[in-house]
Design a protein around this ligand. Structure first.
Ligand code: PGA
Ligand code: MG
Length: 219
């Protein structure tokens, strides 16, 4: 195996969490008497952290409305937090073969590197019964988010494995750009929340259609 550590994105990579985010999103929008959104839209809006998700929800679009006020964003974020906390793992599920692959790499240090806030990440990992597989968990509110290299470099440092010996595994442009900026190889999964983009344009070292393929691809 070429790598000494594996870094995994969470939403859209390990866990299909969109339905719970969709439910919390529409509860928040309903509280604010704003138009509700489809699950397809929520799948597109996820990937850049909760603050950006809330801004996109209030805008009803990927492009954030520049006229949103700080007070509106703050109120909406607080409502989203309350609703999402209540449903965080209700309908979320591991993608197929996640447990098999994590077990196959039991001997390799592993981290989760997510843009999701820690207050949701840890309960979700616990409820999906995969928390024990990870030596390190870096979250979106620990510091700079992906696509900056900071959270990946933090995971590499905490695992004591040089970036060139780490592989980032993710489902979105943020993961791929962060890996490039951290001088790490990246494996892109095509089934997640790629915001409608073809991930090949970001030149990942590997591209897989399902999680199980990771084993044969990097071994
Ligand atoms: O919460 C998000 O925006 C996405 O989180 P992820 O980095 O695990 O895909
Ligand atoms: Mg993701």
């Amino acid at each position: 195996m070429k790598y000494q550590a594996l870094l995994f994105d969470l939403d859209g990579t390990l866990v299909d969490s969109a339905e719970d985010m969709y439910i919390a999103s529409n509860l928040m929008l309903t509280d604010l008497a704003r138009p509700i959104v489809s699950q397809t839209m929520v799948r597109q809006f996820v990937g850049n952290g909760i603050e950006m998700l809330v801004k996109r929800l209030l805008s009803g679009d990927m492009a954030v409305n520049p006229h949103l006020s700080a007070a509106d964003i703050e109120r909406a974020t607080s409502l989203f937090f309350t609703h999402y906390e209540a449903v965080v793992a209700e309908h979320s599920a591991l993608y197929p073969h996640v447990e098999t692959v994590l077990a196959a790499f039991a001997h390799i240090p592993k981290a989760v590197v997510t843009n999701k806030a820690r207050r949701f990440t840890l309960p979700l990992l616990e409820k999906m019964a995969i928390a024990r597989h990870f030596d390190v968990v870096v979250c979106g509110d620990d510091g700079d988010k992906k696509p900056t290299p900071t959270p990946l470099l933090s995971a590499s440092e905490q695992l004591a494995v040089a970036p060139k010996d780490c592989l980032m595994i993710g489902d979105s442009k943020s993961d791929l750009l962060a890996a490039q900026a951290a001088a790490m190889d990246c494996l892109a999964l095509t089934y997640g929340y790629h915001q409608g983009e073809d991930l090949r344009q970001y030149n990942p070292q590997y591209l897989c259609d399902q999680f199980l393929d990771i084993i044969t691809t990097i071994n």
